[in-house]
Design a protein. Sequence first.
Length: 138
Amino acid sequence: MKRRAFIFSAAAFSAASVMGGAAFAAADYTPGLVDQELAAGKTVFLDFKASWCTTCAAQERVMDRLKAANPDYEKSVSFIAVDWDKYGRSELAKRLKIPRRSTLVALKGDAELGRIVAGTREADIKALMDTALHAALA
């Protein structure tokens, strides 16, 4: 009986962990959304990713940890996930000269604040997210 209780508890914890991760989901990109957010004076953090990309998944895990540690990221910065398979050749990707999936870009107004291409180091991603946060709070 104890084994059953353990398995049930582990399953419930796993489900809660998955559901908890959903709290940090970025808005899904649609054409015009980035320009709309920027025009409203928001700082935008773009995540060009593909569902099958392991580098993208690693970046997302890092960003989720950082967002969990500092709720100000989610409160102040507009995170937008751009599906590479659908929008990799879009006007937005061309305008920003996005070279590939697993590219993270921070924007404010007409300025690019920074970018990371295929990087997964927590220190680098935190630095870019901090740059976006400071711009949003300025």
